[in-house]
Design a protein around this ligand. Structure first.
Ligand code: GLP
Length: 245
């Protein structure tokens, strides 16, 4: 039995509100908290919820530090689909976050191994209070694809065909435009967070949510590592994502 707490919600709107509220409460309670942030379509509504709370003057992000999970390789940061652009478009440009407190893995420069080591060092020097995650249909978290060691720290990965197909919708539905590699926090980095908030919506995630909640703990399904997490793991999933439970 996993200790993962599952909050079942009706649809994407409710998911965004329920998960958004959980993150908002943390920032209100601890204004200088450190958040691990994620990209993908799943957290967009949660980010909108945070922006709304900021606009209503309920919260400030001035002292919040953030660490993003991952970034594509071979995509300039200025590309609209870089995760740097994604985070600024969907969250950072709309709140009072201090750009100096924002950390996003960088795939720029000639020494990517050094970028990985630097990112892990920064993460290890911090304590992530809450790590937000989406989940790939194949169980990937961040860009840790099936087969990644649970001991991994920030690393360069080769994206699976399935992940590139799933993400082709952001690249004119053309898989050839989807980068083949990415830099991602490792599973060990993710597990070091004090708590984890995972959001999942839609039928495409139903199998992954079932395996996350009920499957064996195996490196073939990276998200299953969360079953061994020492802190709180909350999964907020909508009816479709829960349809195989
Ligand atoms: C990408 C990201 C993951 C994300 C996953 C699911 O591959 N690297 O961090 O969780 O996609 O994305 P979506 O929420 O769009 O389904």
């Amino acid at each position: 039995m996993s200790k993962i707490e599952l909050i079942k919600v009706k649809d994407y709107n409710e998911l965004s509100e329920v998960a958004g509220k959980i993150m908002l409460e943390l920032v209100k309670e601890k204004p200088a908290c450190t958040l691990g942030l994620a990209t993908g379509s799943s957290p967009i509504g949660l980010y909108q919820y945070l922006i709304k709370a900021y606009n209503n003057k309920e919260v400030s992000f001035k002292e919040v530090k953030t660490f993003n999970l991952d970034e594509y390789c071979d995509l300039p940061v200025s590309h609209p689909e870089s995760y740097y652009s994604f985070m600024h478009t969907n969250l950072f440009n709309h709140i009072d976050i201090n750009e100096g407190n924002v950390h996003i893995p960088s795939s720029v420069g000639g020494d990517l191994e050094k970028n990985c080591a630097d990112y892990s060092a920064a993460l290890n020097a911090a304590t992530v209070d809450m790590q937000l995650l989406g989940i790939g249909a194949n169980g990937h978290i961040g860009f840790n694809e099936p087969g990644t060691s649970f001991e991994s720290e920030t690393l360069i990965v080769t994206l699976k065909e399935k992940t590139r197909q799933d993400n082709a919708r952001f690249f004119d539905n053309d898989i050839n435009q989807v980068p083949t590699h990415a830099i991602t926090m490792g599973i060990k980095n993710i597990m070091n967070a004090k708590s984890v908030l995972l959001v999942a919506s839609g039928k495409n995630k139903a199998d992954a949510i079932n395996k996350l909640m009920n499957g064996p703990i195996t490196e073939d399904f990276p998200a299953s590592a969360l079953q061994n997490h020492k802190g709180k793991v909350i999964v907020v999933a909508d009816e479709e994502a829960c349809s195989l439970l």
